[in-house]
Design a protein around this ligand. Structure first.
Ligand code: KIV
Length: 296
């Protein structure tokens, strides 16, 4: 088990080589400070198109643009020293043709400095994955619940419930792995289906709402920190309540500003505390103008 911060950057080949090994630890990140905080603790940082819902308040990921992904991808790469950074391809940027996918994936790779891209879809995307992999673009596949296909999948629903649907999921995962994906995300499926796919695929599977048997796990960071606001899916485990901490900090700041306890002279430039005998006075009554300018 890795407990020490690692000293070498994780590559897509390292991730590919973790099939059946130590679980691959993955989280999402959208910003430089978050990437810095997570970097030493994870193997892979995904700049997910979930950024649209988590950061921009969209209802689905469908409205996320290539420009948004590139801006957040570059920010995360700036903050990551060790984790393998993968950027999601947004809806409409890769489905039209392998050529369109290559053009846009090449932009993401060159403009962000990330190690690879993720795209959603099974059999229908296998030709594109093969086209990209053959041209030097590492691809992380994504099967099962596909947020970009929310309208055709009938909402955010668990996949693989019926026998035929489970068989199709197997086909999808096999097709993407066979096309050259270095790993495959399995999202929102019946546990046994994800377990079975994992045991048959020769590349790692990364589960989210899938199975503990997957070769790795991923969650949306804001969900585990209670920063995404509102309800989270059942597959999320909460590790901190930063939402409550943010509210408490905002309330304390507001109270300080209203009571003129903030800023203090120590937060001001060119001001020094008033000399002479110290009189206790209520912060509410302290005149804002009693700051003496420092000279010299
Ligand atoms: O967009 C995203 O964050 C994702 C992960 C949750 C797998 O696709």
């Amino acid at each position: 088990m890795t407990t020490e911060p690692r000293s070498k950057a994780v590559t897509v080949q390292d991730i590919r080589g973790r099939k059946g090994g130590e679980p691959i630890v993955c989280l999402t990140a959208y910003s430089t400070p978050m990437a810095r905080a997570l970097d030493a603790h994870v193997d892979l940082l995904l700049v997910g198109d979930s950024v649209g819902m988590v950061i921009y308040g969209m209802d689905t990921t469908i409205g996320v643009s290539l420009e948004i992904m590139i801006a957040h991808g570059a920010a995360v790469v700036r903050g990551a020293q060790q984790a393998c950074v993968i950027v999601d391809m947004p809806f409409g940027s890769y489905q039209e043709s392998p050529e369109q996918a290559f053009r846009n994936c090449a932009r993401v790779l060159t403009e962000t400095g990330c190690a690879g891209v993720k795209l959603e879809g099974g059999q229908a995307m296998s030709e594109t994955v093969a086209f990209l992999a053959a041209r030097g673009i590492p691809v992380l596949g994504h099967v099962g619940l596909l947020p970009q296909s929310v309208h055709t999948q009938g909402g955010f629903r668990t996949q693989g419930k019926e026998e035929a649907a489970a068989a199709q999921l197997h086909e999808d995962a096999q097709a993407i792995a066979g096309a050259g994906a270095f790993a495959v995300v399995i999202e929102g499926t019946i546990e046994a289906v994800a377990r079975d796919i994992t045991s048959h695929l020769d590349v790692p599977t990364i589960g989210i709402g899938a199975s503990p048997a997957c070769d790795g796990q991923i969650l949306v960071t804001e969900d585990i920190l209670n920063l995404s606001g509102g309800r989270v899916p059942r597959f999320v485990k909460r590790y901190a309540d930063l939402g409550a901490s943010v509210e408490a900090a905002a309330a304390a700041y507001a109270a300080d500003v209203r009571a003129r306890r903030f800023p203090g002279l120590e937060h001001c430039f060119g001001a020094k505390p008033i000399s002479g005998p110290r009189k206790r006075e209520s912060p509410e009554l302290r005149p804002a103008g009693r700051i003496t300018a420092k000279t010299g």
